[in-house]
Design a protein around this ligand. Sequence first.
Ligand SMILES: Nc1ncnc2c1ncn2[C@@H]1O[C@H](COP(=O)(O)OP(=O)(O)OP(=O)(O)O)[C@@H](O)[C@H]1O
Length: 224
Amino acid sequence: MLLQLQNITKGYGEPGTHSYRAVLKDLNFELAQGTKVAIVGPSGSGKTTLLNLIGALDQPESGRILFEGKEITGYSKTELATFRNKHLGFVFQLHHLMPQLSLWENVLLPLLPQGNKISKEQKDWAEYLIKKVGIWEQRYQKPSEMSGGECQRTAVIRALINKPKLILADEPTGALDEENATALTDLLKQLSDDEGVTLVTVTHSSVLAEQMDKKFTIRKGNLE
Ligand SMILES: Nc1ncnc2c1ncn2[C@@H]1O[C@H](COP(=O)(O)OP(=O)(O)OP(=O)(O)O)[C@@H](O)[C@H]1O
């Protein structure tokens, strides 16, 4: 298994007081390498809370999270940051591209914390991805000079640049019109198929959810 969540509990407020509210309760979840899943559920059901745990951005109150069989719960902040950078790619509803950088620079940005120079192999990989999603012509343009769909495609490539094992997408098509949303859905699916990347996407879009191998719904703090 690529990812295992075992008996996860997570809430907000001070446990044992009136302020506490449980969001995820004794949740179990397993994800095999290469699978694509959608997580759906009403507003406030805990989708982002769950994605933050899977993405090592937050820690559960109890339970264990294992990645490739190794427990990551208990990692220090630095260890979690290293883990995220090495294994995970993130796509958000809003692309979060750096406004002062070109498409090309934005795509290469996640490689910079690794120090040293960006290798020819890494540049070739970036070029391959940018061409694959059809925005090579725009590579020297800044986000303000690109369409919303082009920005979101750039964000998807940026998430893939480190060759992550797992991509986490939070409402990736949420800010796009229907045509662009469909194009991005196809792209996410095709890229994860071609590159063998595992994908977890939180979405309100039934079109996107239907494209995944499996759909989970958060209900009463658990996945069904
Ligand atoms: N930092 C926080 N402090 C207190 N409560 C929080 C915090 N973050 C989330 N919550 C609460 O936890 C519950 C789950 O929130 P979460 O954002 O995970 O839901 P969601 O399913 O992603 O919702 P949406 O679809 O509206 O984005 C909500 O009731 C929310 O108010």
